[in-house]
Write a protein that binds this ligand. Structure first.
Ligand code: GLN
Length: 482
């Protein structure tokens, strides 16, 4: 990878305070990196320089006046293109929303800007966040900066690639079944899915509402904590957002993890895992043991049903959420003689093949005669999967697993086989169904120099503990250079 200077939240703050650089100069530096690198990565779909420079200038004015700088002052960030940004095109990487410009900001975006962050632009993803490789984007795939022939993971592939390539210091993604953690793992950066309800989804274009979450990517665990701290917390505009108070997520960072009980569920270390993923994750676990963590072997017996359960529930919800894209209110419309024809043509031309597949599967499992056999049963199995997590957290403080069964695969390798693509999510969908938080952090490399991700799950609202352990491992593995 190119040797670009690695900026972090603390190093930007220090440079701004020392007046060695201005927020405008930092933004300029990032736009010139994007200009150089984005054509080969395709990580950004839209840039928003006007808004970015206006914000950078606000920060520089504050600094000139001696006003105390907000926590993310001047930090350049990228936003996944399923999250609404006022006045900036938000496409969901779909033809159907190709020219859609939202009239308002998502709460997470509003909070980042209020904390001083500079929004550089919108990042590519799988269409409507459906996918694990970013190849389902209507605007072309994202290439993994570690190896351009490989996928960055998905669906938040553009956000992961942008941060990994140094084209943003932080980014927002969304995770419904693994879409933050898996691209984080495949691109070699920390990435966190917070507890369901921790971060407001107001302004997030819904895929599966009982699963969708917004969360951060960054190049250090401490930066992940900084971004997550800013976007977390109750929002009256999202009725699913939790009222639990937000602790200082940086608090645990640097504290000892001695005595922490780490659960190792047998089901996550079975067959089907790449041998080099296994050896690197095992090394990571040994490192945790050397820091004084206590490994506990346990079982989570319903894990095997998670993929089927997830794809029934996620698709059922998607078929309902995506009904609003009918050519009447948003985005593209194919004019036709009758209303029914207009719906058919607009949706037929506007959605890509994977989105259509999911709408059909989702409609099927919700249809009368099949509802009880599929949808209702999947809801019941979801409760069992959740109870596996509850039982585990009575015995241990966190769970440690691989994030993905394989490192970044080649572009095109799985695209014609939806089932093998769906199996990419085998270790991540469980936590999505259970509503618990999880992080993926880099844990070694394969012999082909492809990053491996280690996943840490915690009980609901235990983000601080997860970050504490992730930071200890990051430091022990020598990853943090900030
Ligand atoms: N890869 C999973 C899917 O295709 C997860 C996507 C996501 O988390 N948004 O549904």
């Amino acid at each position: 990878m190119s040797a670009v200077r690695k900026w972090t939240v603390p190093s930007i703050r220090a440079a701004l305070e020392a007046k060695t650089i201005s927020a405008r100069e930092i933004a300029t530096e990032f736009y010139s990196r994007i200009e150089k690198r984005n054509p080969e990565l395709n990580a950004y779909l839209t840039l928003s320089p006007e808004r970015a420079y206006a914000q950078a200038d606000r920060i520089d004015t504050m600094r000139a006046k001696g006003t105390r700088l907000p926590p993310l002052a001047g930090v350049p960030v990228a936003i996944k293109d399923v999250i609404s940004t006022r006045g900036i095109c938000t496409t969901c990487a779909s033809r159907i929303l190709e020219n859609y410009v939202p009239p308002y900001d998502a709460t997470a975006v509003e909070r980042l800007e209020a904390a001083g962050a500079v929004i550089l632009g919108k990042t590519n993803c799988d269409e409507f966040a459906m996918g694990s490789s970013n190849e389902n984007s209507a605007f072309g795939p994202v290439h993994n900066p570690v190896d351009l022939a490989r996928v960055p993971g998905g669906s938040s592939g553009g956000s992961a690639a942008a941060v990994a390539a140094g084209l943003a210091v932080g980014a927002l993604g969304t995770d419904t079944g693994g879409s933050i953690r898996q691209p984080g793992a495949l691109c070699g950066i920390p990435a966190m899915m917070p507890t369901y309800g921790r971060v407001s989804r107001y302004g997030l274009i819904a895929f599966a509402s009982s699963l969708d979450r917004i969360g951060p990517f960054a190049s250090t665990v401490s930066d992940v904590a900084s971004l997550l701290g800013v976007i977390s917390g109750n929002d009256p505009r999202d009725s699913t957002s939790a009222s639990a108070p937000v602790p200082n997520l940086l608090e645990g960072i640097g504290k000892t993890v001695k005595g922490m009980r780490i659960g190792l569920p047998a089901e996550y270390f079975g067959e089907g895992m790449d041998t080099e993923v296994r050896s690197n994750v095992e090394k990571g676990i040994q490192t945790l043991e050397s820091l004084g963590c206590r490994p506990v072997n346990l079982r989570m017996p319903h894990t095997d049903y998670a993929i089927a359960t997830y794809y029934i529930l996620a698709n059922a919800e998607a078929s309902s959420n995506l009904a609003r894209f009918d050519g009447v209110r948003y985005g593209m419309r194919v004019p036709e003689s009758s209303l029914a024809e207009m719906y058919r043509e607009t949706r037929g031309k506007g959605f890509g093949p994977e989105v259509k597949r999911r709408i059909m599967l989702g409609t099927y499992v919700l249809s009368s005669g099949y509802y009880d056999a599929y949808y209702l049963r999947a809801q019941k199995v979801r409760s069992l999967i959740r109870s596996d997590f509850n039982a585990a957290f009575e015995k241990v403080d966190v769970l440690v697993t691989p994030t993905s069964s394989a490192p970044a695969f080649l572009l095109g390798e799985r695209i014609d086989d939806p089932l093998s693509m769906y199996l990419s999510d085998i270790y991540t969908v469980t936590g999505s169904l259970a509503g618990v938080p999880a992080i993926s952090i880099p844990c070694g490399m394969t012999s082909k120099r492809l990053p491996v991700g280690l996943q840490i799950f915690g009980p609901p609202f235990a983000e601080e503990r997860i970050l504490q352990l992730a930071h200890a491992l990051e430091r022990a593995l020598g990853a943090e250079q900030a």
